[in-house]
Design a protein around this ligand. Structure first.
Ligand code: LEU
Length: 84
C-alpha cells in the first residue's frame, strides 16, 4: 500500500509515532497515530513501514527513520504493509 502524507509547513508533525528499526532488529512499525494530523486516516497503528521515499525500511535504524521523516519536506511517500 502506498501512502502519501502532506503537511503545510516543515515544522508540522506528521502525527505518528514509530517503533522498531534495524538497530533494534525489529521492523519499523507505526505505534500511534494522532488525531487531526496529516497521518490521521492515512496510517494506522500496526502498519509496517516498508519504505520511506526511496529508502527501504529494513535499512534504517530507528533514528535514521525518524530523521528521514523529519527532513522529508512537505510531502512524503510511504510504502506500508497493513496487517489484517
Ligand atoms: N513524531 C514525528 C511526527 O509526528 C514522526 C516521527 C516518526 C519522526 O512528525
Amino acid at each position: 500500500l502506498q501512502v502519501r502524507l502532506y503537511r503545510d509547513s516543515f515544522a508540522t508533525p506528521w502525527g505518528f509515532r514509530l517503533q522498531g528499526g534495524k538497530d533494534l532488529n525489529q521492523p519499523l512499525v507505526v505505534q500511534r497515530v494522532f488525531c487531526n494530523s496529516p497521518a490521521e486516516g492515512q496510517l494506522q497503528r500496526g502498519d509496517i513501514i516498508d519504505s520511506i521515499g526511496i529508502r527501504r525500511g529494513v535499512d534504517l535504524s530507528h533514528k535514521q527513520a525518524q530523521d528521514t521523516l523529519k527532513h522529508g519536506g512537505g510531502q512524503i511517500e510511504l510504502a506500508i504493509t497493513r496487517p489484517p
